[in-house]
Design a protein. Structure first.
Lengths: 466, 76
C-alpha cells in the first residue's frame, strides 16, 4: 500500500510500481516527490554527489505517456533509485569517491545494472557518495565529506557504499545500488539499518563500474524490505559479456519464491570466530537464530586466516589498479587510502599468490558445510554505528582501530564469493545487521529467510526520527 | 672506529631493526616501481606494510600442498 497520496518516501518498491502501473499515481509524481525530498533532506545526510533531475523527469514523463497509450508497464515502473558513484552514468565522470576521477571524461554509456533497472521501469535520480576508491568501511570521504547516519547524524553511515545505505535509510530513495569487495554493501546496511544483498561472485554484471579489487568485487542492491531486494535483483540478473567475470547462467528469479519463507530450510549459526562478542551482536544474532529455529552451530574453518588472505589480495590488486595514479598524483588521494595502496604495491607478489592458494583450499572446505545446512547466520558488523571520526572501539575486551575492524565478519565471506543478505535488526537507539549466508548461486535461500524474518517482525528497516 | 660501530649495532633494538628493514623495503620498492614517497608518509606506509606482513605470516604458516591451484585459474 502507498502510505500517503503525495509522499512516497517510505513506500515499498513493489507498491510504487503497482500504483504507477495501475495509474493510481504517475511516475512523474513519484519522481518529483523523490527529488523534493532529496533537496530537503540530503543536505543533512550528504548521501548524493549528483542528482540527475532532468534525466529522471524525462524518463518519468515517458513512462506515464506509455501507460496512457495503453502499454503495460514493467515490474519496477516509476521506482526511483540511485547508484554509488562508481557506476558509470551517462554524462557524469565516474568519481569512485575520488578527487582524481573528477578530471575523467563523462561516461558515454550507463553501467549494465543501470540499463537493466531502467529497462524494468526504474528511474535513476542520482549518484551517491562513497569511500574513496571503495577502500573504506566508515563512510568518511576526504573530498565530499562524511555521509551521516540517518538514525544519528553524528554517527558513521559505514562504507564504502555509505551514500547507498544512508539514502535508502533516510527515505530519499527506496532502492540503491552499491558494491561490496570486503563488506562494502553489508557494513553500511548494518549501520544504517537497511536490507542489502551481496550476490554470488559473478552473478551480477560489474560492467562499467570502477573496480577496486577485481577478484573480490561484487555489486548489489540495498532496500527497505527483502521483497524489494528480490525485485531489483531479479531485474538485474543474467549474463553480460561486458563483464568477463559474469557467469553464463540463466536468470534464477527469487521474488516469486519469497513467500515460501523458511519452510524446509536448515539454518545454523556460525560459531568460533563469528561468535558475537558485543551485547548488540549477541542480541541480534540470538533473535534471528530463534526466529529461524537455528539450533545448531557450524564452524567456518580458518575464518581468521581467510580475513588475512582477503586483506592481502585486496591491498595488492588495488595497488596494481592505482599504480599510475600513485605515481602521477599521490597528493590527490585521501592519505589514509594512499598509504594503504603504497603498502599494497610494496608487498611481495609471492605472498599474494600464497593467499590465492589458501583461498582455493578455504572455498572447498566452506562449501562442504552447505551439504548439511542451507544457510548460516553470522554478525555483520561488530558494533552499531561509531561516531564520525571515532578512531578506536572496544572489541572482545581489546581496543582496536575502527576502520579495518568493521569488516571483521564480512571479509571471510565475500573472500569466496558466497551470497549474503544482510537483514536489519531494529535495536534502539541504533540498528544492526545480521548476515544470512547461503551456498554459491542460492541467493533465493537468503532472500526467503530475510522475508521470513521480516514477516515475524525480527527484521525491519527502522524509520529514523526527522 | 670498529669498536664504536659494533656498540652502535648492538644497541639497535629488534623493533628498530624491523623498522629499518621495512623502510629499506619501502625505499627499494618505491624506487623500482617509480613511486614518489614523501618522507612524511613513511610512518603510515610502514605501519600498513607491517600489518600486511603480519596477515601474510598468518596465511603462510598454513601448510598447503604444492599442487594447490591459486583461486583465479586462467582458462584458454
Amino acid at each position: 500500500m502507498l502510505e500517503a497520496a503525495d509522499d512516497f518516501a517510505w513506500s515499498r518498491v513493489a507498491d510504487i510500481a503497482a500504483a504507477v502501473a495501475a495509474g493510481r499515481t504517475g511516475a512523474l509524481r513519484v519522481v518529483e516527490a523523490a527529488l523534493a525530498r532529496i533537496r530537503a533532506r540530503d543536505p543533512l545526510i550528504n548521501a548524493f554527489t549528483a542528482v540527475t533531475e532532468q534525466r529522471a523527469l524525462h524518463r518519468a514523463r515517458a513512462l506515464d505517456a506509455a501507460r496512457e497509450r495503453g502499454q503495460r508497464l514493467p515490474a519496477l515502473a516509476g521506482v526511483p533509485f540511485a547508484v554509488k558513484n562508481l557506476f558509470d552514468v551517462v554524462g557524469l565522470p565516474t568519481l569512485a569517491g575520488s578527487k582524481i576521477n573528477r578530471d575523467a571524461s563523462p561516461a558515454t554509456l550507463d553501467a549494465t545494472m543501470i540499463e537493466r533497472l531502467e529497462a524494468a521501469g526504474a528511474i535513476l535520480v542520482g549518484a551517491l557518495n562513497m569511500g574513496e576508491y571503495a577502500y573504506d568501511f566508515t563512510g568518511e570521504n576526504a573530498h565530499d565529506g562524511a555521509v551521516h547516519n540517518p538514525h544519528d547524524r553524528a554517527r558513521m553511515a559505514g562504507g564504502s557504499s555509505s551514500g547507498s545505505a544512508a539514502a535508502v535509510a533516510a527515505g530519499l530513495v527506496p532502492l540503491a545500488l552499491g558494491s561490496d569487495t570486503n563488506g562494502s554493501i553489508r557494513a553500511p546496511a548494518s549501520l544504517c539499518g537497511v536490507f542489502g544483498l551481496k550476490p554470488t561472485y559473478g552473478r551480477l554484471s560489474r560492467a562499467r563500474t570502477f573496480p577496486f579489487s577485481a577478484s573480490l568485487d561484487h555489486v548489489g542492491p540495498l532496500a527497505r524490505s527483502a521483497r524489494d531486494l528480490a525485485l531489483a535483483y531479479d531485474a538485474m540478473q543474467g549474463y553480460d559479456p561486458d563483464d568477463p567475470v559474469c557467469a553464463e547462467r540463466a536468470a534464477e528469479p527469487a521474488a516469486a519464491l519469497m513467500e515460501r519463507g523458511a519452510e524446509g530450510l536448515r539454518v545454523a549459526v556460525a560459531g568460533g570466530y563469528f561468535k558475537p562478542k558485543t551485547a548488540e551482536t549477541v542480541y541480534a544474532v540470538d533473535s534471528v537464530a530463534a526466529a529461524l529455529g537455528a539450533n545448531r552451530d557450524v564452524i567456518i574453518p580458518q575464518a581468521e586466516r581467510a580475513r588475512s588472505a582477503a586483506y592481502i589480495i585486496t591491498a595488492s590488486e588495488a595497488a596494481s589498479l592505482h599504480l599510475d595514479r600513485l605515481r602521477a598524483r599521490p597528493r590527490d588521494f585521501d592519505p589514509a587510502v594512499r598509504d594503504r595502496l603504497i603498502a599494497g604495491a610494496v608487498l611481495p607478489a609471492s605472498l599474494v599468490v600464497k593467499a590465492q592458494k589458501f583461498r582455493r583450499w578455504y572455498q572447498r572446505e566452506v562449501v562442504k558445510l552447505f551439504a548439511e545446512v542451507d544457510a548460516i547466520v553470522a554478525p555483520t558488523t561488530p558494533c552499531t554505528a561509531p561516531l564520525i571520526g571515532q578512531q578506536t572501539f572496544t572489541f572482545d575486551g581489546v581496543e582496536l582501530p575502527v576502520r579495518p575492524h568493521l569488516g571483521v565478519y564480512t571479509q571471510p565471506i565475500s573472500f569466496i564469493g558466497l551470497p549474503v543478505v544482510v537483514i536489519p535488526v531494529p535495536l534502539a537507539p541504533l540498528p544492526i545487521g545480521v548476515q544470512i549466508i547461503a551456498a554459491p548461486w542460492r541467493e533465493e535461500v537468503a532472500l526467503r529467510l530475510a522475508y521470513a524474518l521480516e514477516a515475524k517482525g525480527v527484521a525491519a528497516a527502522p524509520r529514523p526520527s526527522e | 672506529m670498529p669498536g664504536k660501530a659494533k656498540t652502535a649495532a648492538k644497541a639497535k633494538s629488534p623493533a628498530r631493526r624491523a623498522r629499518d628493514a621495512t623502510d629499506a623495503l619501502i625505499a627499494a620498492s618505491a624506487q623500482s616501481l617509480r613511486l614518489p614517497i614523501d618522507p612524511a608518509w613513511y610512518p603510515a606506509v610502514r605501519s600498513n606494510i607491517q600489518l600486511l606482513l603480519k596477515h601474510a605470516a598468518l596465511v603462510e604458516e598454513f601448510l598447503l600442498s604444492e599442487e594447490t591451484e591459486p583461486a583465479p585459474v586462467f582458462r584458454a
